[in-house]
Ligand binder design. Structure first.
Ligand code: GLA
Length: 688
């Protein structure tokens, strides 16, 4: 049984295949954390000793490792929940009411001792993946409004000091830059206050006890929220490290009306003693099983870098013909097809097809694309409006604003207040009509600026994204075949909140194939490969001004869901030939890449090799990149992982067909040698 209860001791045990999570109700009625780690089956060995005040400054509340600390009493530690009752009381006193078990979910019911206010702690188990999804729901059963000033979804207790914390930092064009730092005393905070984007930090935590890729203890959690989140890590004075995550309480206030409930976003959390690789596999498998739409992602062509706003029907048809010729399966028209959208400051909000660019509408283009057997996709940015648009003229009050302040533009645009029912309806209807009028298979949904002048309702920082989730869920009900890509100025919306509602992430506007190696590597720690859109684009790259050979650019983009963003009208015969060959090769290995297990292989060389491997059943693929050879030239030995040791694998390297056992490939490895700058190779292994 995955959810166990020792009634005698009021101790709950949550068991996955390899882990246990244990907590109990102590003598004071506090929900006290006991254990999170390797599996311990027998709950009877656990106990809840009585805790005594250490000093007047270290009260029992302070030293109790509570599952869900609230604000109230002699608690000065970081709390997960703070509410204001209508009479001005600002403290919570909870008592344990009982529990419910619903299939794989345990719910602990708590209630305030005076006010009609319930707090429910939810724990849902994913046994195979060694994961627990945790969240909290609130219920106001009183006759008055209860103000929620802070709500973090869960707290985790890790019984160590001096852990390593990892996350990513970044900005536009440089998302997903993994960093690791030592946790010491004091608090560390990762957060987003922008409403839209998460270019900077990402809503997850990884805390490890000096783990490596394949060994060591890792505690981790990913918050299912796009937009304003915060995560606090604190090494306490009592020998443990706390971490909690949830909606950012910065400028936040939720007014919970009488008889209403509120469910906070969940955290997918896990423990492993097998290093970062096991963490990634568990999260990826969770996403593959529970969130991602089945089926392989198509190879797409997107015209943005080729044409920017200068799209027109004839040229798009010409691009589509070449896209088809090289092997693309989905043709996406990016920005510029609607309203008076000739630059960033015009057109957003006016979602009619520009007659100058598409005199007969989109149909002639879509017909051509479909006649060639490709899918068709289109770019939209529905949450935004340019001041220079008809929509804004007609509805000046539809944007977030303060009446007495001028509203800031960013990228020449305002953010629509999607929490107004009429705005939500407008966006839904606009997209529904686009999808009903045209045969569209793919929507690239962009959001290119953060929210400012957010209006008088402090809950919009959270409500905004809920509305976006709702709109897409509704659209998918009516248009189930349509795939949605989440883009926010590149990789600003990569998180587990949007995944599952949307199907793909646009990983970064930075399409430089070398920069992408780092971005993709960092991304892979938490997020599944199938959702990682990666394009081959022209050189010199618009951002880095770097020139990289086309083969390396393809290989880098083939590590995820492949896209092509080049101006293929300018392709030479050789470029076309090579593109065809590489896209064909991608299609052969695509199931292994998109659906297999991903391995970050470290390089033992002085040379700057980057190695990544994928395994699916009896097949494996190894990607090797050498951006720059240095200090004379040496090859490397790469030891593969995840193979079947007794099987013989056949593979081609440097024109030679070779056979080796899984055992040999994993223990000795293979000797590889790339030459010069920006050399790369893909090796495909299959069991004989
Ligand atoms: C954002 C996206 C790009 C592109 C442009 C269009 O920057 O990240 O991929 O769609 O908008 O304006």
């Amino acid at each position: 049984m995955a959810i166990c209860l020792s009634k005698k001791n009021r101790i709950f045990g949550l068991h996955t295949n390899n882990t246990s999570y244990v907590f109990g109700v102590d003598g004071l009625g506090l929900i006290r954390h006991i254990y999170w780690g390797e599996k311990i089956n027998d709950l009877d060995e656990f106990s809840l000793p009585v805790l005594c005040e250490v000093s007047t400054n270290d009260s029992v509340y302070e030293i109790t490792p509570e599952e869900f600390p609230v604000y109230g009493g002699l608690r000065y530690k970081e709390h997960c929940l703070k509410v204001n009752f209508s009479d001005g009381t600002r403290e919570l006193i909870y008592k344990y009411i009982g529990y419910e078990i619903k299939e794989e979910e345990l719910i602990i019911n708590l209630a305030d001792t005076h006010y009609s206010f319930q707090i429910n702690l939810h724990y849902k188990l994913y046994e195979e993946e060694d994961l627990i999804e945790r969240w909290v729901s609130l219920k106001n059963s009183s006759e008055d409004i209860i103000e929620v000033e802070k709500i973090h979804s869960a707290q985790f207790h890790i019984p160590y000091e001096n852990l390593n914390f990892s996350n990513v930092h970044g900005h536009w064009g440089a998302e997903q830059q993994r960093f690791t730092q030592r946790v010491s005393y004091g608090k560390m905070l990762v957060e987003n206050r922008r409403g839209i984007s998460t270019h900077n930090h990402n809503p997850y935590f990884i805390l490890d006890k000096d783990a490596t890729e394949t060994n060591g203890e890792v505690f981790f959690g990913a918050l299912r929220l796009s937009g304003n989140f915060s995560g606090v890590v604190e090494q306490t004075q009592y020998g443990e490290t706390l971490v909690q995550m949830g909606i950012n309480s910065h400028d936040f206030m939720l007014k919970l009306k009488p008889k209403k409930e509120f469910t906070a976003p969940s955290i997918i959390s896990g423990y492993t003693n097998k290093g970062f690789e096991a963490m990634s596999h568990n999260l990826h498998n969770f996403a593959k099983k529970n969130l991602l739409r089945p089926g392989l992602r198509p190879v797409l062509y997107n015209s943005w870098e080729a044409t920017e706003f200068k799209v027109n029907c004839e040229e798009q048809i010409r691009l589509a013909k070449i896209a088809k010729k090289i092997g693309a399966e989905l043709f996406v028209v990016d920005d510029g097809w609607f309203g008076e959208r000739n630059s960033i400051d015009k057109g957003l909000g006016d979602w009619y097809v520009d007659k100058d660019k598409f005199p007969k509408g989109l149909k002639p283009l879509i017909d051509e694309v479909k006649a060639m057997g490709m899918m068709f996709g289109i770019w939209v940015e529905p949450e935004m409006v340019n001041p220079l648009s008809q929509l804004y003229k007609d509805h000046v009050d539809w944007i977030y604003h303060f009446d007495t302040r001028e509203t800031d533009t960013s990228r020449g645009q305002y953010v629509l207040n999607v929490t107004k029912p009429e705005v939500k309806e407008f966006i839904y209807n606009m997209l529904d009509s686009l999808l009903s009028t045209y045969d569209i298979d793919y929507i690239k949904w962009d959001a290119n600026r953060p929210i400012a002048q957010s209006g008088t309702d402090k809950a919009i920082w959270y409500k905004h994204i809920e509305v976006i989730y709702d709109i897409v869920k509704e659209l998918k009900k009516k248009h189930p075949k349509v795939l949605f890509e989440a883009c926010a100025s590149g990789g600003g919306r990569i998180d587990y909140g949007i995944l599952g509602i949307f199907d793909d992430f646009w990983t970064s506007d930075n399409t430089d194939a070398y920069d992408r190696l780092k971005i993709q590597d960092s991304y892979s720690y938490i997020y599944p490969i199938k959702a990682m859109r990666a394009w081959v684009t022209d050189c010199p790259n618009f951002l880095s001004r770097r020139n990289i050979p086309i083969k390396f650019r393809y290989h880098s983009a083939m590590m995820g869901s492949l896209g092509i963003g080049c101006n293929i009208l300018k392709f030479s015969k050789e470029d076309i030939k090579l593109s065809k060959e590489l896209i064909e090769e991608y299609k052969k290995i695509r199931p292994i890449i998109q659906e297999g297990d991903f391995y970050r292989i470290s390089s033992n060389s002085e040379n700057n090799y980057h190695c990544f491997q994928y395994v699916k059943q009896e097949e494996a693929v190894l990607f090797v990149f050498l951006p720059q050879s240095k200090l004379g030239h040496r090859g490397i030995r790469v030891r593969l992982r995840g193979l079947q040791k007794d099987k013989v694998y056949s593979f081609n390297y440097n024109g030679q067909q070779l056979k080796m056992t899984g055992n040999y490939l994993m223990k000795y490895g293979i000797d590889l040698r790339l030459v010069g700058d920006y050399d790369s190779a893909i090796i495909h292994f299959s069991v004989l």
